[in-house]
Design a protein around this ligand. Sequence first.
Ligand code: RNT
Ligand code: ZN
Length: 415
Amino acid sequence: MDQRFETAKAKYEAVGVDVEKAMKEAERITLSMHCWQGDDVRGFDQKGPLSGGIQTTGNYPYSARTPEELFQDIEKVLSYVPGKQHKLNLHACYAIFEDGEWADRNRLEPKHFKKWVELAKKNGLGLDFNPTFFSHPLAESATLSSENEEVRKFWIQHGIQSLKISEYLATETGMPCLMNIWIPDGFKDIPADRKGPRARLKDSLDQILSTPYDKDKVKVSVESKVFGIGMESMTVGSHEFYMNYASRNDIYCLIDTGHFHPTENVADKLSSMLLFDDKVALHVSRPVRWDSDHVVLFNDDLRELALEIVRNGAEKFFIGMDYFDASINRVSAWTNGMRNMEKALLYACLTPNEKLKELQDKRNFTELMSLRERVKTLPFGDIWDCYCEKQGVLKEDEWFEDCRKYESEVLSKRG
Ligand code: RNT
Ligand code: ZN
């Protein structure tokens, strides 16, 4: 290994990359791991199906059924992920009730997330939060944009409770909590009134955000989407809506990489946004023909995204993961997505970004192309393995065997 690392390092140095520095830079980047890959976005507060235009497909066995099982899987996944400081991203529907108690979304309280706080503290994690505006009888038609005032009030109250919960999570972990708002509201067919629902959404958000909360502890973001299943013709929370809403109200815009037209280059959006805002929030996902939330792979799109993160300064991003696959072992799906994000970030840190920029500024596109292509075949795998070793996590050819063992010794015993 040492020999391979030294040889690889020399090759990177030959193109002007300081490998040790790159590894240090990568290990400081925080990822927020979504809690919902382990049980197909089911959560613990409702028995009904996943709704809101998102879908998990597949029926691989051993999905986590209880908080204990989900926690166990989360700890397993995290044991495979390099990096010094990560967070867990919770959804309100993952509230944990004790002693036969149950509370509807408009009545959720910090105490329902106490067990999550314990898990976070035990593992040195930060926590992020999402109100859940789906998988609920009152979310069947619309939520914050609803024409039914009772329904709209219910969801506004859910948003307000979520702020309180987010503040509690931040206080307990000592790290700011990103509270992200995504609603499924939209129309299957061409709407006759677009402005009305959007005006109601704006008013609902105003009402939620006018509740006092500690802005140092809770950072709020809004997540747009171009369409959803059953909402093919129009989504109320469109990109233009939220870009403007976020900038006027001093909150953050969240870009989910699966929420744009498939030919759009999502990485290209980030630099523009950062010229007008200090931070951008992300949901890293992989759309396949639609917002299918496939497991994030180490592909060109992800590398381009990571390059933009690193070039603009990783501290300017809230990097959250958002994918869910029920057709394969969920722990391995979760791990692959997380490790691939880590890989892409390390890859971006190992890119001679300054040199490439210099060539662009000199309009030396001849050398730019050649250097970029040369970088692609550098022995990245050897550096990645060494990075994993240094971080105390299993290497690329080791973790899967361990994960297979976890399936046979733990998951398959779940019945
Ligand atoms: C849906 C959004 C949203 C959800 C999660 C579960 O299209 O991407 O972020 O995936 O909140
Ligand atoms: Zn998302």
